[in-house]
Ligand binder design. Sequence first.
Ligand SMILES: Cc1cc2nc3c(=O)[nH]c(=O)nc-3n(C[C@H](O)[C@H](O)[C@H](O)COP(=O)(O)OP(=O)(O)OC[C@H]3O[C@@H](n4cnc5c(N)ncnc54)[C@H](O)[C@@H]3O)c2cc1C
Length: 320
Amino acid sequence: MNEKPSQSSYDVVVVGGGAAGLAAGVALGRARRSVLVVDTGNPRNAPAHGVHNFLTRDGLDPRELQEIGAQEVRQYGGEVVRMSATGASRDEQGFSVDLQDGTVRARRLVVATGLVDQLPEITGLRNHWGRNVIHCPYCHGFEVADQAIGIVGTSAMSGHGAWLFRQWSADIVYFTHTGPELDETRRTQLLARGVRIVDGEIEEVLGDEELTGVRLADGTVVERQALVVAAPVRVNSPVLDALGLAKEPVVMGGVEIGDRYPSGQGGSTSIPGLFLAGNVTDPQAQVVTAAGAGLMAGATANMDLITAETAQAVADFSAR
Ligand SMILES: Cc1cc2nc3c(=O)[nH]c(=O)nc-3n(C[C@H](O)[C@H](O)[C@H](O)COP(=O)(O)OP(=O)(O)OC[C@H]3O[C@@H](n4cnc5c(N)ncnc54)[C@H](O)[C@@H]3O)c2cc1C
């Protein structure tokens, strides 16, 4: 890990060094571009013991994956620094990126800063996040298979969660908590599949190392080993805000689940030279697909540079 950037200017600066940003860094290094990855070192899945559904990397510690990725960036001449990017501006030549410690220039910019899961404010819940309090059946469903699972109703997506997690366990309780009323179709589906519906608000999640249950506002304790939350997903990038890229809501099945910064093919955006990858633009991206998007954003940024360099070469050639 470099202490600080060794140069004042790079072909490409990548902000965010999770799976998406590091994959962009590797693609750009291999394309023989000078590349700087700026990262605060806090990937979204850091609380989890291991990464699942990443073929050949199953169970790897998320931070170890990040460390291996950073080594791979460096192996191709790229730099990775542990600091935050706090803003950016754009001019004819490219971007000035404000870092916690100084400013660097970039001809192209890739932003892969991920998202934040907004957990419900329930005493004790956060302590178990990523292990016994989970959100994604494909990330953790197998690890909690056949356990006593509780679904915390917070949004219309929570009913969907109960329906989905029934695939992993026959012992599912749906806590209405603060969620909207279940519609008749969903209620019937849950009851038909043996899901128990418990009315009332959860006040506390119980258990220290292991989760043991929940206590409702009326004092009832319901034993559970794992809880599922549908946490809204929020993006917050001072770099993209400073460049004027507006967020947009993400709607799934008619329900707003959070927001994202919009991008198109290869992560391209409405701002020339700016590319996005991973959860910052696609809240559904998993580690392997975030890495895939990072590769494509890196390749698209490289192609953009090649296009500009070729146009310049043609102009110089024609002027001879
Ligand atoms: C608890 C949990 C468990 C999960 N388990 C799995 C799993 O098993 N398998 C799976 O495929 N997916 C899993 N996921 C989803 C997975 O975390 C995401 O798909 C993945 O992290 C997206 O990668 P990313 O590179 O887009 O973002 P991230 O991995 O979140 O990386 C973003 C990086 O940008 C950095 N950053 C943010 N802001 C700045 C800034 N201003 N300046 C510099 N750096 C910045 C952050 O510190 C971070 O290192 C899980 C998610 C959660 C919440």
